[in-house]
Each structure stands twice: as C-alpha cells, then as structure tokens.
Design a protein around this ligand. Structure first.
Ligand SMILES: O=C(O)CCC(=O)C(=O)O
Ligand SMILES: [Fe+2]
Length: 356
C-alpha cells in the first residue's frame, strides 16, 4: 500500500477520497491576505456577472472600457477564434492531464526552462496546497516535453499549440487597441509598443498555462488556485464547461464567471494597471473546485516586452492632478519583484499613494 506521502502527489489528486490536511483551512492562511478582511471569511459568491461583450458590437470600445474600469475583467463573444481550435486545445489538455502521474512528472519543469508540468506557479506563496496541476508553455523547451509525453503524436500537439498561441497573440493585440481606445489613447502613445509594432517585433510576450482541477472530495474546504492577480498586460482564458473561476471586487465580493460555450474571459493584469496609471484595476481572481466534475482552463498570459524596455504609465494619462503612480520598470524586473513579494509587487513600485 502506498504511503500517505506517495499518495499526495499532484498528478493523482482526483483519486483521493478524503482531503488531506495540507489542502484544508484556506481561510486561515495567507491566501486571503490579498483581500480586504470582509471577504476573507466567505467562500460564497454573490449574484452579479461579468459582462459578455460581442466584439462585433458597434459600441464595443465603450462596453469594454466600462467593464475594465469596473471589474478589470470581461468576457468576449465573436472573438474570431474557431470553436475547433478551442476544442482542440481543451482536448490536448485533457489528454495530458489524464496521463499517469509518473509520465506527467517526467515532463516536469526544470532549471532548463520555465515550460513543463507542475504545481501552480503561485504555490510558494501559500502555506496550504492547491487542488490543481498545470503545464506551462513559456519557451521552446515545451517541445521536448511534448515529445516525451506524446512520442508518436507530438507534431500534431505542437501544431495545435502553435496555432493557439498565434491566434491568441492577434486577439490580444486587438483587445489592447480597444482597451486603450476606451482610455482615449492608442498604441502610438506607448512609445516602446509603437516602436516594436513598427519594426514587426512582438509587443508582448505570450505564455500559456494549462490548468487542471480534478474532482475534489471536500470542495468547500479546498482551493483550486488561490487569489492572485496576473502580472500580465492581459490574460485570455478559455474555461471548460465546468465553472470555478471567481473574480473579486470590494463592492461585490467574489463573483463566479459561469462558463458560456465559445466565450472567452479577459482578465486585466498588473502591467496594464501600471500603463493605465491605475485607471484599470488588475483583477483579483481565484479558481474553486468541484465535487463531481473536473475542470480545465487554458490561460494565455500576455506579458511585457523582453530586454531593457522601460515601462511607465502612459504619459497622456498623467498630469498635474493625476501624477504618475508607478516608477519605470522593465518587465523582467517586475517579474522578479512579483516573485519576491507576490501581492505587494505593485506597492513596491508605487511612487504616489493613490489616496493622496
Ligand atoms: O482556472 C482559472 O479559471 C484561472 C486560471 C488563472 O487564473 C491563471 O492561470 O492565472
Ligand atoms: Fe490568473
């Protein structure tokens, strides 16, 4: 019989009949420190919803602008990503996570690169364990993992991944223009982004995170992915037909983003919060788990530019009454700060207290 330590392996969570202690009592840990005290005791969600916006709507800029300012999140329909591609990426994820634990662990992320299988990226910041497993695609090294996972079919799966990344990148640029438009500015007002765009270089760096939340014996006491904000400009999320994602807003508490077939969720990240000089919040979100159904989500994390590009709030959005809230920083530096202080990263680079 396997020992308890062997049984509690992230690759096997779905087979556990009881919730191990290391996964419980979330409300007593640092998980809720991201949030104001009023929300820390509640796991329930209130009746509000994150708007679904049709990208072909003539009023799209205003609709996206309002949703961004209120929530830092919105949902999109008519986004141009085919249902086939969404189905393909979901079934790729399912095939991967259905593999035996040992096989998945052979593709674990290592010192050689960020890509690979493992616990949620934010695990080191929490005492308790999260009820999920994931696979990150952040560099070319993922191909080696795909070869080991699918010795015969890796070409097919790499092809799906490449197509997904390409399509997401185009959609992310389109969304960026629209969100900037709602603030009365354009990509040309972000000097580095305009330069990169003109030279045909990618404005943001994309990474994919495949998340799997197995069925859980005691979902109320467990947490799939703890409360966090993404460091990104924005994140585009495809969730399978099982709900679990919740977004937080002081005035509303936690609100579940119910999956709508073919609709994608957009979460605004820290980097856009900086660019917008605090006008757009980076949304605090988390994923809950389920007693009867497992859940898959695929996050396209659209990060900042590589190299020594200095990122600052857009100059047109600052002025005598709205001074710059954040010092300039490179994307690499920001990630390093986030890695060190997690939810205090924006505070660490703030130069003016927004309440002043
Ligand atoms: O699974 C989800 O719905 C959320 C995933 C997420 O927030 C992330 O990967 O950063
Ligand atoms: Fe996230």
């Amino acid at each position: 019989m396997p020992s308890i330590a062997e049984e509690i392996c992230i690759g096997n969570l779905g087979s556990l009949q009881t919730l191990p202690d290391s996964f419980t009592s979330w409300k007593l840990t640092a998980a809720d420190s991201v949030l104001p005290p009023s929300s820390a005791v509640s796991f329930g969600a209130v009746e509000e919803s994150i708007q679904v916006i049709d990208l072909s709507d003539s009023d799209v800029t205003t609709l996206i602008g309002n949703a961004c300012k209120t929530w830092g999140a919105f949902q999109i329909a008519n986004h141009g990503i085919s249902q086939k591609l969404l189905d393909d990426i979901e079934s790729l994820s399912k095939t991967l996570f259905d593999m035996p634990s040992e096989r998945k662990l052979e593709a674990a992320s290592s010192d050689k690169g960020v890509s690979g299988y493992g616990e949620p990226r934010i695990s080191p910041f929490f005492e308790k364990k999260m009820w999920s497993e994931g696979f990150t695609i952040a560099d070319a090294f993922y191909r080696n993992h795909f070869i080991s996972l699918w010795p015969h079919d890796h070409t097919k799966y790499c092809g799906i991944m490449e197509e997904y990344v390409d399509e997401m990148e185009k959609l992310a640029s389109k969304l960026l223009s629209c969100i900037l438009g709602s603030l009365g500015v354009t990509v040309e007002d972000i000097e580095w982004a305009h330069k990169l765009e003109k030279s045909g270089t990618k404005v943001g760096r994309g990474a994919i995170r495949l998340n799997h939340y197995p069925v859980c014996p005691e979902p109320e006491r467990a947490m799939g992915l703890a409360a966090h904000t993404d460091s990104t400009i924005l994140t585009i999320l495809h969730q399978s037909n099982t709900g679990g994602l919740q977004v937080f807003r002081e005035e509303s508490g936690w609100v579940t983003v119910e999956p709508v077939p073919g609709v994608l969720v957009v979460n605004m990240g820290d980097l856009f919060h900086i660019l917008s000089n605090g006008k757009i919040p980076s949304v605090v979100h988390r994923a809950k788990v389920n007693h009867t159904r497992s859940r898959i989500s695929i996050a396209y994390l659209w990060g900042g530019p590589s190299g020594d590009v200095q990122i600052t709030p857009i100059s047109k959005l600052i002025g005598p009454v709205e001074p710059s809230l954040y010092r300039s920083i490179t994307w690499k530096e920001y990630l390093q700060i986030k890695y060190e202080v997690f939810d205090k990263a924006l505070d660490a680079i703030r130069i003016v207290n927004p309440t002043n």
